[in-house]
Design a protein around this ligand. Sequence first.
Ligand code: UDP
Ligand code: MG
Length: 313
Amino acid sequence: MPKKIAIVVPVYREAENLPALYQRLELVTAQLPEFTWEYIFVNDGSPDNSYEVLASLAATDSKIKVLDLSRNFGKEIALTAGVHESINCDAVICIDADLQHPPELIPRLVSAWGDGAEVVVTVRTSTDREPLVRRWGSTIFYWLINRVSSFEMIPKATDFRLYDKKVVLAFERATERERMFRGIMDWMGFRRVLIEFKADAREHGEAGYSYSKLWSLAINSITSFSLWPLRITGYLGVFITGSSTLMLLWMLGNYLLRSQILYTPLAIVVVANTLLIGVVLMAIGLVALYIGTIHTEVINRPLYLVREKIGCA
Ligand code: UDP
Ligand code: MG
């Protein structure tokens, strides 16, 4: 039996890009006839005629499967839906529909998989005409997330990736609702290989990810992979309480030792008040610790994932 590989494409307002994408996929998969291919297009509630284009492509090619979501759920969910659909395949490749991910890279992904990689990640080395804000935003985001979470997210890594079936099966067990697809995949671990490529600018249309969507994705991934923002309040409280206690002691000490008042009563009240603010923040931090535990329980991620079992039942 030849191995079967699924190509999952999330589609949102991509009617103009789809025919070109399909042609390029056909050229690439024709170079790898030793595999059986399946294209899974997930139409994420596109307002344009993406669905009609997909349906007409599907009518001419039995490799094509189309999932038409009932509305726009966002790329993360669209990818999830596509990957769930690919469960009968030995590997799945996720690729954007806007031709920013060159399908010509697929043979390299597949050969890295053949060499034993379970996750093959493509890393973008540059994007022409990418706005400065976006580039800086992503640098800051990765710096932050790698600082606050317990696993490594690769900067500039894209969603253009190959996942082995083992990873897809493990992914089935992720039940969280607010999700960052790539983040969950990175969290899972497995054997990773990186492949670099230079991204092209978008062929047609505009990037569907507005700044506000990117912002909420960033916030989402930080809150779902780290309890650090919750702890900050507590630390701030400890810091404020500590420093204002010292200051208050200094003020009172001066008074007791030299029996002269160097500070106005107002200054003393302000410092005492700051100390109380510190105490309140510490109390909030304590509550946050419990909320953090609830958060972890609610996300209900699998405790661990196994790559292989030898000699087990
Ligand atoms: N996409 C989607 N749903 C959305 C937004 C985007 O399925 O709500 C798809 C889109 O069709 C494309 C991929 O996700 O195939 C990446 O989108 P885009 O190019 O807009 O994002 P970027 O390249 O900025 O990550
Ligand atoms: Mg894009």
